[in-house]
Design a protein around this ligand. Structure first.
Ligand SMILES: C[S@@+](CC[C@H](N)C(=O)[O-])C[C@H]1O[C@@H](n2cnc3c(N)ncnc32)[C@H](O)[C@@H]1O
Length: 299
């Protein structure tokens, strides 16, 4: 095999790294998530497949839309996942899936006649149950600008192809994803909690691996603040906890000086990976881990 065809799904030529083609990655999440890691899926697969012993559990302490955890489950890369998310609206969606209320949610999505007025009316209600909150969250995520749920976000105006408020509303697709999710729900341990706390609790477990994608706020950067309701995290403490883990971890960050310094201080390795942002501009994100030599054949 020619070296430049070794990793076709990465769409990377040896001398000319290109971002991953996200259209080649199956979409499994109900969310369109700001800062979502669909582009990272091929690299994540390589990481777990390169391991001599299959890990039992993946912990995702900042799970958001959860594409990495879902890929790990659907592709049987681990037996179970522990997903952690602090945002109670995002959490309501995961909890509804884990509680097996997917049929209710599916019916609600399929029968909702989406107009600007109907959305405004629906999201002004105080949800009485977890599943009602989950429906509101999906509605907001699909009709708010950039899928952003943080305070200050609001309804999209023109949307894709002039389709306005409905431009990201695909009821049948969401219903299909919910049906698929119901098949793996029993392998998800979801916790609405602090990801750092849960990492600390599992630090002695060596059969566990971690995919860590925190809000990008290190070095005073603001991207994470605008995108998420919870964005304040102690980056130094996160690196200390990573150092204490017996299981392996992979972390993604923005390419900030403070982050590289923290990685260096702990003796972690870093690699830059090309990715396309929502405006199709090519940027580079930082991948951090204990030993990333397996990545060198990819980049
Ligand atoms: C960069 S996003 C994760 C995106 C995710 N990897 C995806 O593909 O959708 C970071 C997430 O961490 C959550 N978060 C922030 N602080 C947290 C904390 N202390 N514990 C758990 N989750 C937290 C945010 O609400 C946000 O959903």
């Amino acid at each position: 095999m020619k070296p430049d065809t070794l990793f076709p799904e990465l769409n990377i030529q040896l001398n000319e790294p290109k971002p991953v083609n996200v259209a080649s990655v199956p979409q499994r999440s109900l969310f369109r998530y700001p800062g979502g890691k669909t582009w990272f899926v091929p690299i994540f697969r390589r990481w777990l497949r390169a391991k001599s012993v299959k890990p039992t559990t993946l912990i995702e302490p900042f799970v958001g839309g959860g594409i990495i955890s879902l890929t790990a489950l659907f592709e049987d890369l681990v037996s179970k996942v522990i997903m952690v998310e602090k945002d109670d609206e995002v959490a309501a969606v995961w909890q509804t899936i884990v509680n097996k209320d997917t049929e209710w949610l599916t019916r609600r999505i399929l029968t909702f006649d989406l107009t600007r007025e109907a959305v405004t009316n629906e999201i002004s209600k105080t949800p009485r149950t977890q599943k009602e909150k989950a429906f509101q969250t999906i509605l907001k995520n699909r009709t708010f600008h950039g899928g952003i749920l943080a305070d200050g976000s609001g309804l999209i105006k023109n949307g894709e192809n002039g389709k306005g408020i409905r431009s990201r509303w695909y009821p049948a697709t969401l219903a299909k994803r919910l049906l698929n999710l119901s098949c793996i729900a029993s392998r998800i341990d979801f916790r609405c909690d602090d990801g750092l706390k849960i990492m600390g609790e599992f630090s002695a477990h060596k059969e566990v691996v971690y995919f860590i994608d925190p809000p990008y706020t290190a070095g005073g950067k603001n991207a994470g603040k605008r995108l998420y309701r919870h964005s304040e995290i102690n980056h130094k403490r996160l690196f200390d906890i990573c150092d204490s883990l017996r299981g392996d971890f992979l972390m993604t960050y923005d390419n900030a000086g403070e982050v590289k310094e923290l990685a260096q201080k702990h003796g972690f390795q870093t690699r830059l990976v090309p990715m396309s942002n929502t405006h199709h501009a090519t940027m580079a994100e930082l991948v951090i881990g204990r030993n990333l030599s397996w990545m060198d054949r990819l980049l």
